[in-house]
Ligand binder design. Structure first.
Ligand code: HEC
Length: 137
């Protein structure tokens, strides 16, 4: 049996096969989706809608105007315990860090999140992620 992921990649390849960067981006999106579902969806939900006052939404939010990509990379790795205002609603909760996530995982998750929810759908590269993680506060 062919694994689901291989099928997905095949389908995506078939639909569009432009440049090398676009192929890499689409691979990141597929891997990022799996990583998101394993590591994030239990709190933020598969569709990114969040959960009541506990977990902020990631879909349809002002996140992309408010938070830069370097901060986002550090947040996924190290978690966050802040008072934040998402779409005007205050969340004051604790997101644990995820030490398991490597730079490539984070690049893939961010690229997936952008594909799903950001107006900017470009890849967030492994190099950019490495630099961001090196400079986390
Ligand atoms: C245990 C539950 C939990 C898990 C797992 C979790 N988060 Fe969070 N996340 C939170 C909470 C709670 C906050 C709000 C933190 C605060 O108030 O500072 C948050 C905040 C965020 C924010 C900031 C939102 C904003 O608008 O500023 C982003 C982005 C985010 N999480 C993405 C992720 C991603 C991607 C993953 C998986 C790698 C993940 N989270 C895993 C609970 C979780």
């Amino acid at each position: 049996m062919i694994p689901k992921i291989a099928l997905l990649i095949l389908v995506i390849f078939g639909v569009s096969c432009n440049s090398r960067e676009e192929i890499t981006r689409q691979q990141y999106v597929v891997e990022g989706m799996n990583l998101y579902q394993t590591n994030c969806a239990n709190c933020h939900q598969v569709d990114g809608s969040g959960l009541k006052d506990l977990y902020p939404p990631l879909a349809k939010t002002d996140l992309w105007q408010r938070v830069d990509m370097n901060t986002l990379a550090c947040l996924l790795k190290n978690g966050q315990k802040d008072s934040i205002r998402v779409n005007g609603k205050v969340f004051n909760a604790y997101m644990p860090g995820n030490a398991k996530l490597q730079a490539l995982d984070i690049a893939e998750i961010i690229t997936y999140m952008r594909e799903k929810w950001s107006p900017n759908k470009s890849i967030f590269s492994l190099d950019s992620t490495r630099i961001a993680l090196k400079n986390c506060p």
